[in-house]
Ligand binder design. Structure first.
Ligand code: AMO
Length: 429
């Protein structure tokens, strides 16, 4: 007999079906006993004999044959009268570390992460990763339709891209190498190598010394780079277009998952764009909140987002015109105000989810800028070389996949939006 997925039981024309999954719940009501079986697609109720369940334990994997009966009270409006259940994956535990079948997960996040193979079985927890999967899919579909090519760049690299000290070192055949913080140099290189428009969904590594709710040491970066642009606003338009497409897609494909988290996504996003200096001024004048030079801090991001929501009814804001001193050496300075760059951040519900901008594409200007930053152009050999052969004006951005998921679902900690998080303390599972 062919297996029927739980979500297809109601619609199938078969009277008798074979379902497979895990023992989600056993309800012994005295006169009648129910077993809830859970598979990837949902939960179905089986009416069972007491004898059939006496050796069953929660979370064992089982297969069951049952006859279909419509029942409004059953989950999904249909139930199965059991014609036989067998265990196909035994249980080896004394006591489950936590309940998988309660809607509200009571175990601490740390414990859920320790027992990831169990915590992910909870439909509400797995819903996070259904959303995440659709984000990746929407990113690909949206960009491919606009003639972007998907690329895969190396994650073992020889030099820093983002500057700073947050690099993991790797012993590479007795040479020192690093784990990539960002595909920045390679995505720019590929624009010049004739691809013009590229994107990558790949891992990025940061040796983050702060174990906060929003930092991971390994995250997934949704990277974009495009050539022949006019300015950084074209790059922002692209990101805004993607986010509109994403929200539309999520509403169509994940209504159940969004509902589990009580999320209603807006129909149309028009993201306000504001110079950083203006945001700092608003924070100071309206909220008496001082900002660090050339940036706003985490608390400032939260306050500013609330202000933007009240003023523009939008959960997002692009901050523009970051100063040269706070941006990497590849950021394009504004020709009229050379102390400012043509770069931006995107803040979503109080959290930075993107950095992007126009890049320097002129070889001489880039080499001079590298020197200006106190770095040695010789250390950037292959990167600089790729600017020798007619590199077009270009720009791009990167979105942290886990941060975007976290904010879409209003989660509290980035680890909830990470299948198997890596951070200061966690290297397993
Ligand atoms: P940036 O360093 O700002 O920019 O990173 C881009 C986005 O990546 C995410 N992110 C992180 N997510 C989780 N944990 C971390 N430790 C972490 N660090 C960064 C954030 C952030 O906004 N090359 C540029 C992008 C570009 O200009 O195209 C870059 O990497 O969501």
């Amino acid at each position: 007999m062919k297996r029927t997925y739980v979500c297809d039981v109601k619609e199938t024309t078969e009277e008798r079906v074979l379902v497979k999954g895990w023992v989600h719940k056993i309800h012994d009501l005295g006169k009648i006993t129910f077993l809830h079986l859970r598979d990837k697609t949902g939960i179905i109720q089986l009416v069972v004999d007491k004898d059939e369940i006496k050796d069953l334990r929660l979370e064992m994997s089982v297969e069951a044959i049952g006859d279909k009966v419509e029942n409004e009270k059953a989950p999904g409006g249909v139930e199965l009268i059991s014609k036989g259940i067998s265990v196909i994956g035994k249980a080896f535990y004394d006591k489950l570390p936590f309940e998988v079948n309660s809607y509200k997960q009571k175990a601490s996040l740390e414990k859920q992460l320790d027992y990831r193979s169990l915590s992910l079985r909870s439909p509400k927890t797995r819903a996070v990763f259904k959303i995440q999967e659709e984000i990746g899919d929407a990113f690909r579909t949206y960009l491919k339709d606009l003639r972007f090519s998907e690329i895969h760049t190396p994650k073992i690299i020889s030099s820093s891209t983002e500057g700073g000290s947050e690099m993991f070192t790797v012993n590479y055949f007795n040479k020192r190498a690093f784990l990539s913080q960002s595909p920045q140099f390679y995505k720019q290189m590929m624009v010049g190598a004739g691809f013009e428009r590229v994107f990558e969904v790949g891992h990025a590594y940061r040796a983050e010394l702060h174990g906060t709710w929003r930092h991971l040491s390994e995250y997934v970066s949704l990277d974009v780079e495009m050539g022949f642009i006019e300015d950084e606003y074209e790059v922002m338009d692209l990101e805004e277009g993607f986010l509109n497409y994403l929200f539309k897609t999520l509403k169509e494909k994940c209504p159940k998952e969004l509902q589990m988290y009580g999320i209603e996504l807006p129909d149309k996003l028009e993201i306000p764009r504001m110079p950083l200096a203006k945001a700092q001024e608003i924070l100071l004048e309206k909220f008496n909140k001082k900002s660090p030079v050339g940036n706003i801090d985490a608390e400032g991001e939260v306050i500013l987002s609330k202000y933007i929501k009240e003023t523009y009814d939008c959960d997002f804001v692009f901050l523009t015109e970051y100063p040269v001193s706070k941006r990497p050496m590849y950021a394009m300075p504004d020709s009229k105000r050379p102390e400012l760059t043509k770069s931006f951040d995107l803040i979503y519900k109080g959290l930075e989810i993107t950095t992007g901008g126009q890049r320097i594409h002129d070889y001489d200007m880039l080499a001079a800028n590298i020197r200006k930053f106190g770095l040695n152009p010789e250390d950037f050999g292959f990167y600089l070389d790729s600017f020798k052969y007619g590199m077009p004006p270009h720009g791009g951005f990167a979105i942290g996949l886990e941060r975007l998921t976290l904010k879409i679902l209003d989660l509290e900690n980035i680890r909830e939006a990470t299948l198997l998080p890596r951070d200061l303390k966690r290297l397993e599972p």
